[in-house]
Design a protein around this ligand. Structure first.
Ligand SMILES: [Zn+2]
Ligand SMILES: [Zn+2]
Length: 225
C-alpha cells in the first residue's frame, strides 16, 4: 500500500503549503481512499494537482472526526468528485453530493482490507462532552502482508485505545497521523513504522526514542509499506 500526505501542518516542499490540518491518499488493492480532507478545500485541491492526484481517481473518502481541520475540505472535494462512498462519523448529517454515505458508529470492515475502529472516545471524559466537542473519532487500519497500517486523524481517543481497538483484528505494524498530546511512548514499542505528524506535540521525543522506526511526516511525503 502507498500513503501520500496531501495536507499537513508541515511541509518541506516549496510547492506545497504547510497548513493546520490533515489529509492523505491511501492506495491499496486497487482502492484509492482519501483519509480526511484538511481545513481548506481550495488548498486540498491545489495540493492534489501539484502532487499529481486526479480527484476522479478517488473511490472512497474516510472522515476521522468532524473537526474543521479534517472535514473542512469535504464539500469542495465532493463538488469535484461526488462519485464516492463517504465513511463519516455518525454525528455528521446531510453530506451531499456523495454517491453513498455510510455513517459509522461501530467497528467494521469497510472492505476486505480496510477496517474502521468505529467511533472511539476517551475514558477520561464524559461521552456527552466528547460528542459535543466532536472528539469521537474513527481510525483506519489497512491490512498488509507486514501487519496493520493504522492511520489516525488527531487521536483524540488516545493512541493506546486506538491500537488496542485494531489489535482485535491484527497486529499493528505502522502508525501514521496526528497523535495530539500523546506522551505514553511505551505504547509505540512494538511498531515498525511511526510517522507522527499534523497535531502531534511530541514529535522530537518520539524521534529520539524510536529513531529506527520514526518517519518524518509533512505534506508531499510518501510512505510505501
Ligand atoms: Zn486535527
Ligand atoms: Zn481533532
Amino acid at each position: 500500500m502507498r500513503l501520500t500526505i496531501i495536507y499537513d501542518n508541515e511541509s518541506r516542499n516549496e510547492k506545497l503549503k504547510a497548513d493546520w490540518g490533515f489529509s492523505c491518499l491511501i492506495e491499496s488493492d486497487g482502492i484509492n481512499l482519501l483519509f480526511d480532507t484538511g481545513t481548506s478545500g481550495a488548498l486540498l485541491m491545489e495540493h492534489m494537482k501539484v502532487i499529481g492526484i486526479d480527484p476522479q481517481s478517488i473511490d472512497e473518502v474516510f472522515i476521522s472526526h468532524i473537526h474543521f481541520d479534517h472535514a473542512g475540505g469535504l464539500a469542495t472535494f465532493l463538488n469535484a468528485n461526488g462519485n464516492v462512498t463517504v465513511y463519516a462519523p455518525s454525528p455528521v448529517r446531510g453530506i451531499r453530493p456523495a454517491r453513498e454515505v455510510v455513517y459509522i458508529n461501530e467497528p467494521m470492515w469497510l472492505n476486505e482490507h480496510f477496517y474502521t475502529t468505529g467511533l472511539l472516545g476517551s475514558e477520561e471524559l464524559s461521552p456527552d462532552f466528547q460528542n459535543m466537542m466532536g472528539l469521537m473519532e474513527q481510525s483506519l487500519a489497512i491490512q498488509t502482508e507486514k501487519g496493520l497500517v493504522v492511520v489516525a486523524g488527531c487521536s483524540h481517543p488516545g493512541v493506546g485505545n486506538i491500537l488496542d481497538a485494531v489489535k482485535t483484528v491484527g497486529t499493528p505494524y505502522a502508525l501514521i497521523g496526528g497523535l495530539h498530546g500523546f506522551d505514553d511512548f511505551d505504547v509505540l514499542k512494538d511498531l515498525s513504522v511511526i510517522c507522527p505528524t499534523h497535531c502531534t506535540q511530541h514529535i522530537a521525543e518520539i524521534e529520539s526514542l524510536y529513531p529506527g522506526e520514526f518517519v518524518r511526516g509533512g505534506v508531499g511525503e510518501i510512505l510505501e509499506i
